[in-house]
Design a protein around this ligand. Structure first.
Ligand code: TEU
Ligand code: CA
Length: 545
């Protein structure tokens, strides 16, 4: 198989609402993104994953689309979008669009038509069911955002399905006319010159709702193969599916190239491993490094035969990397650097979430009034109704609410932080005066400087693209150590992911002498067998034979 264009590239996620405002309304927009392309080009990234900018009432910040072929006016115009694609391309940066097709908005023309009667032209584009025999919803299925997943439409006497917000009715993937519309829309975007699709909750499109099967349903892979035939075949579009449900057993079904489905996946095992079984992310568990290492290594092994997987610490649904996995206080900069070294040494395509390249922390919100996220606000209401007390909920939200990473990017110190000249739609992180892009970029030992180096190294060193990953010291509670080997070269990655000094016994097969490619503290050019002492959050990359 010939090498894919993204094999040695790093991706960068832009969350448009919070990246850069260009007109003072407090909402990030497309001209704002275009105006910041030089920052991304300095970083060296190969593509942007752009969270949704389509027409939308923004009930779920754009993951509720009312017109797939229009741009939300609050984000700009189609001409702005074309200009972003062209200006990015001129800098060697592709635009990967977010494809949100498990559901549309309830303001989409299809759904509005569907409401006009049981026989309406687009009625069957959505999932309708009669009430249960004794009345009430067809099942007791709950929405991911809280509350029931079935919503009664009184005028037509049936319930529609919405697995997320009631404003996000699920599309009916069993309807071939609906699928034909989606393929057509995807071809339309493909032909505008985009670089790929990130596919929102794509593991849900084969659901069998009457059997209670939401993910990995009976028709999922058939549908993905149809999508490949209809849209992707013959193109060099990058496809990455968001699949919370994927397991090591089911992953090959999506990414085995012989099956013609997707190139790669976002899987979340390293995230959900730290959530409480019953309360999920609202009661986060303490971070356990041995668990994290095992999960990452398993996925390295699973995906190695199929091409690069996706690597990430954070995204717009998750807290900030340094707040979850690092030390957001005393060791903020150094721990952000160590986390970058630990992740970017792995096999796969790293994704940087906006602001991560400057070591941004969680938002630091302390009152429910500061939150905007529909999931957080619903869970707040439900948790309090269920007897949780307010401070307890706010503690969980402070760690894991989606708004932690949705606070606007602070580009500089001072009012508006270079993000807006107006009032931002959600508050800045509480430390934005000190923690911002300009302050970090001014520091040659800052987070950005290291990210830029790691992005460049991926293009220079084939071992980073092709090397097989081998884990050492799996039970060590502080140190993550692995090697990547390729054509007689060995890259050793050794990272102390803790705020205390660490000691480790280095195996001869982990030891290496050669070039110190990068480090979070002083670079070292060798790792000797025997006892090694690492400073807090010290991480090193050493390349040798
Ligand atoms: O997220 C999928 C999803 O399941 C999330 O709601 C996730 O469970 C949660 O955020 C983690 O607690 C995707 C998008 O990334 C998210 O922003 C959307 O809200 C969601 O789909 C619906 O489109
Ligand atoms: Ca704006």
């Amino acid at each position: 198989m010939s090498e894919r264009w993204w094999a040695d590239k790093v991706g960068y996620q832009v969350y448009p609402l919070s990246f850069q405002d260009s007109n003072g309304d407090g909402i990030g927009d497309i001209p704002g993104i275009t105006s910041r392309l030089d920052h991304l080009s300095d970083l060296g990234i190969g593509f942007i994953w752009l969270s949704p900018v389509y027409a939308s009432p923004l009930a779920d910040n754009g993951y509720d689309i009312s017109d797939y072929r229009a741009i939300e006016p609050r984000f700009g115009t189609m001409a702005d979008m074309d200009r972003l694609i062209a200006e990015a391309k001129a800098r060697g940066i592709g635009i990967v669009m977010d494809l949100v097709v498990n559901h549309s908005s309830d303001q989409h023309a299809w759904f509005r038509n569907a409401l006009t009667g049981r026989g309406a032209e687009f009625r069957d584009f959505y999932v309708w069911r009669d009430p249960a025999p004794g009345g009430g919803p067809p099942s007791d299925l709950r929405s991911y955002f809280g509350g029931p997943a079935w919503h009664l439409h009184e005028a037509t006497g049936q319930y529609y399905l919405a697995l997320f917000d009631p404003g996000q009715p699920d599309l009916n993937w069993d309807n071939p006319a609906m699928r034909a519309e989606i393929w057509d829309m995807m071809r339309w975007w493909r032909d505008r010159g985009i670089a790929g699709f990130r596919m929102d909750v794509i593991d849900h499109i084969g659901k069998d709702i009457d059997a209670g099967i939401l993910t990995d349903g009976p028709t999922l892979h058939e549908r993905l193969q149809e999508m490949h035939r209809e849209v992707l075949a013959g193109s060099d579009l990058l496809t990455v599916g968001e699949t919370w449900s994927v397991t090591p057993e089911t992953a090959p079904l999506y990414v085995d190239p012989d099956r013609d489905e997707l190139h790669t996946l976002f899987q979340f095992a390293h995230i959900s491993a730290h959530w409480d079984e019953a309360h999920g992310k609202w009661k986060p568990l303490d971070f356990q490094l041995p668990t994290l290492k095992r999960v990452f290594q398993d996925w390295q092994d699973v995906l190695a035969p199929f091409g690069p997987g996706a690597l990430f610490w954070s995204n717009h649904d998750l807290p900030r990397a340094v707040s979850s996995f690092g030390d957001a206080g005393e060791w903020r900069v150094r721990s952000a650097r160590a986390l970058a070294l630990a992740l970017h040494g792995l096999q796969g395509t790293p994704y940087i979430y906006q602001g991560e390249e400057a070591g941004f922390t969680n938002a630091g919100f302390t009152s429910i009034d500061e939150y905007r996220d529909v999931e957080t606000l619903n869970m707040h209401r439900e948790s309090l109704e269920a007897g949780m007390d307010e401070p307890d909920f706010l503690r969980g939200a402070g760690r894991n609410s989606r708004d932690n990473a949705r606070a606007p990017v602070a580009w500089e110190a001072g009012p508006g932080h270079g993000f807006t000249t107006g009032a931002p739609w959600i508050g800045f992180p509480s430390n934005a005066e000190e923690v911002n892009i300009a302050a970090d970029r001014a520091d040659p030992e800052g987070v950005f400087a290291l990210y830029r180096r790691l992005v460049a190294l991926r293009k220079e060193q084939p071992v980073l693209v092709h090397g097989r990953t081998r884990l050492f010291l799996p039970e060590h509670p502080q140190v993550w150590a692995y090697t990547r080997t390729h054509e007689g070269l060995r890259l050793a990655v050794v990272a102390n992911l803790s705020s205390e000094r660490a000691e480790a016994e280095i195996d001869p097969e982990l030891a290496v002498t050669g070039a110190g490619l990068a480090g979070s503290v002083e670079p070292r050019d060798r790792i000797e067998a025997g006892r090694l002492v690492l400073e807090p959050w010290e991480a090193i990359w050493v390349l040798g034979a």
